[in-house]
Design a protein around this ligand. Structure first.
Ligand SMILES: [Zn+2]
Length: 274
């Protein structure tokens, strides 16, 4: 139970972001269904109401469609941004490449779901819209589809325990004053020759006296085999599944270890001795 609580706190915020994504996707689909209804309905009352007093104003329907499609795109883009942010906090742990791909790129899939059916319907014969209005709408759908897909792609999907994931978790649990950043804005961490941990606090009592301190980015720390958040100065995220971090980097480490002058060891107490 306590461990579960710890995990929940570790990944705090991810669930809320995902709920936000899902609500926005539901709104996008609802808007699309409404647009499809407008295209297919034979109930002229509806069109009449939308067009206002001037039934012959076919532009009114065109404006409605453009409005709905733009709303769709905004919902899809914001939902995908929230989804990507949630994945940076709590990435999919699936070892199945297809599941992982779908999870990481769910924002893209939802863009396709939100635009392709309406696009296909617009390309089919339809007497509600003038040929000119149809051309405009097909172009609008194409532009919004391309725009929202490119905004929704996760160009840099996160693996559990990779540098992006650790960086996000640390940023959510530590204030900027507690962090050191390099000239590129990356969080700087420290590690020692024999320790397996990475540290946020260079002057923490357990590494302050070490003569073999090295500093670098989280990526560099992980590549050097320092995959364990220090139980003292990185305590807020120490509940992170260590197997996740190590499992993923095992292959990389096999190659990297040869170039290490010392293999990292489990026992943190060696840090004190170093
Ligand atoms: Zn430490």
């Amino acid at each position: 139970m306590a461990e579960k609580e710890g995990k929940k706190n570790l990944y705090k915020g991810a669930g809320g972001l995902r709920i936000g994504s899902v609500i926005l996707w539901i709104l996008a689909i609802a808007a699309e269904v409404f647009a499809i209804y407008l295209l297919l309905t034979t109930n002229e009352e509806v069109i009449f109401k939308l067009a206002g007093s001037n039934y012959n104003d076919t532009n009114a329907l065109l404006y409605w469609f453009i409005g709905i499609l733009v709303f769709d795109a905004i919902c899809c883009i914001v939902a995908a941004l929230l989804w990507k942010k949630a994945n940076r906090i709590k990435p999919s742990k699936s070892k199945n490449k297809f599941v992982k791909l779908v999870w990481d790129q769910l924002g893209v899939i939802m863009c396709l779901v939100a635009f392709i059916p309406i696009g296909i319907l617009l390309l089919r014969n339809n007497d509600k819209l003038s040929p000119k209005a149809k051309k405009i709408l097909v172009a609008v759908v194409a532009i919004l589809l391309v725009g929202s897909v490119s905004a929704s792609i996760d160009y840099n999907p996160v693996e559990p325990g990779d540098a992006q994931n650790l960086e996000t978790l640390i940023e959510r649990h530590y204030s900027e004053e507690e962090l050191t950043r390099d000239e590129n804005g990356n969080i700087v961490v420290w590690w020692t020759k024999y320790g397996k941990s990475f540290h946020l606090d260079e002057n923490g009592y357990h590494i302050a006296d070490s003569a073999t301190k090295t500093s670098g980015t989280l990526k560099e720390a992980i590549e050097a085999g320092r995959t364990d958040p220090c139980d003292y100065c990185v305590a807020e995220i120490k509940d992170l599944n260590k197997e996740d971090i190590e499992g993923i980097y095992e292959e990389d480490l096999e190659g990297a270890e040869e170039s290490l002058d010392a293999e990292p060891v489990e026992d943190e107490s060696l840090d004190d001795a170093a």
